[in-house]
Design a binder for this molecule. Structure first.
Ligand code: GDP
Length: 204
């Protein structure tokens, strides 16, 4: 089986997990990377629960989009977030890489909205959480095509400034899953990290 529910026979394989708010393009990014068709939705929140793609040496695991989804109340959103956090924590021993996908075209606006309410933006909170449970984190700044080319560097710098880190700067890959911009660069970043963890490459 090429795609399967994660609870199957692949229990001990190292995992690369993809996480992100609903509608950031998570399924599109996974499809651009693996060539496998995972469900892409027109409405926000169409990824219901994790699906995995078995690449032999590693398992790529999709997770449900967090944050607001159409027709969901605040309590349901919180419950979904808690379930996701618990699942990721349970996987942490074999989680070698977490890929956090954000929509760079909306990032500044979202951060300002949360900060104006005195709250930590959910993407930033998730970045911190993933850094704690996964050995490596890559942040994919998706939908870069939606930004005028003159704004791209500035928005990436803004994102970089918002991600808390002690030592090394976070790995950020600007990308467009839709237009195929920087997919190869993301593949290389993923392989570089997997190689440091003893996974045989190429994995694609
Ligand atoms: P998910 O809910 O995070 O899995 O997001 P999807 O992959 O289903 O994509 C949500 C919407 O964003 C779809 O309409 C995609 O066509 C669109 N989308 C995904 N990636 C990009 C991108 O790089 N640029 C643009 N402009 N749209 C994108």
């Amino acid at each position: 089986m090429l795609e399967q529910d994660h609870s199957g026979s692949e229990k001990q394989k190292p995992m690369v997990v993809f996480a992100g708010r609903s509608n950031v393009g998570k399924s599109s990014v996974m499809r651009a990377l693996t060539g496998r068709k995972l469900k892409v939705g027109k409405r926000p929140g169409t990824t219901r629960w994790e699906k995995s793609v078995d690449l032999g040496a590693v398992l790529f695991v999709d997770t449900p989009g967090f944050g607001h989804m159409a027709g969901q109340g605040k309590k349901a959103i919180e419950r979904a977030k808690t379930a996701l956090v618990q699942k990721l924590e349970a996987w942490s021993s074999r989680l070698i890489l977490a890929v956090l996908i954000i929509d760079i075209s909306l990032f500044r606006e979202l951060v300002e909205r949360w900060e104006n309410k005195g709250e930590i933006p959910i993407d930033v909170e998730f970045y911190t959480f993933l850094s704690e449970i996964s050995q490596h984190v890559i942040v994919v700044a998706n939908k870069i095509d939606k930004l005028p080319s003159g704004n791209r560097t500035g928005e990436i710098d803004y994102l970089q400034g918002k991600l808390p880190h002690k030592g090394q700067a976070p790995v950020i890959v600007p990308l467009s899953a839709k237009r195929g911009i920087n997919i190869l660069e993301l593949k290389r970043e993923i392989e570089k990290i997997l190689q440091t963890e003893g996974v045989q490459i190429p994995i694609w």
